[in-house]
Design a protein around this ligand. Structure first.
Ligand code: G3D
Ligand code: MG
Length: 179
């Protein structure tokens, strides 16, 4: 029988790394604009099939709209999240150096066991790339994250990032429920 899962996930990373572009591409504009205005976060839902593990997943993707200063917005943003995509922009080293901060914030608000996919975004900008694959992969490995290189512009590996996260969350969910 096909297993059904529902997960809330959060999009993490500095401004302009491509969180909104990636969410929009993945969910094809399934944004709830009214909700966004209420809480200062974008919110989109996507249902997906993962045939190789016979699962259906309903993903609720949360994306901070701008950089809300208010603590209550951030708390609501993180509450109930089961996984995260942590993005950086391969053309701006600062966004790669800052992933440590986002990781810490996720650990504090969700817990250290949170499945995370590290996403090196904007790989279409080949000529202005400054963070190479080796460094991204090494960081991911050190922290137990999955590593994916993507372009929200061309769509390359966008689906892969979410599918990989889903698989990791399903695995964790099964492990947790058998404890
Ligand atoms: P954010 O939500 O993380 O703040 P956005 O980032 O999704 O708003 O993206 C910031 C800018 O980067 C946008 O450009 C967007 O089009 C661009 N962008 C996002 N992902 C990619 C990508 O993979 N490749 C390229 N080349 N550009 C990308 P604008 O000009 O609209 O501000
Ligand atoms: Mg955004």
């Amino acid at each position: 029988m096909t297993a059904e899962f529902r997960f809330k996930i959060v999009m993490l990373g500095d401004g302009a790394v491509g969180k909104t572009a990636m969410t929009t591409r993945f969910t094809q504009n399934f944004f709830d604009a009214d909700y966004k205005r209420t809480i200062g976060a974008d919110f989109a839902v996507k249902r997906m099939d993962i045939p190789d593990i016979d699962s259906h997943v309903t993903l609720q993707c949360w994306d901070l709209a701008g950089q809300p200063r208010f603590e209550f917005v951030r708390q609501g943003f993180y509450r109930g999240a089961r996984g995260g995509l942590l993005l950086y922009d391969v053309t701006r080293r600062r966004t790669f150096l800052n992933i440590d901060r986002w990781k810490e914030e996720a650990f504090v608000n969700i817990g250290q066991e949170i499945p995370i996919v590290l996403v090196a975004n904007k790989i279409d900008l080949v000529d202005s790339r400054v963070v190479n694959k080796k460094d991204g992969k090494a960081y991911a490995k050190e922290n137990g994250f999955i590593y994916v290189e993507s372009s929200a512009l061309t769509g390359e590996n966008v689906e892969e990032a979410y599918v990989n996260l889903c698989k990791r969350m399903i695995k964790k969910s099964k492990a947790d429920s058998s404890k």
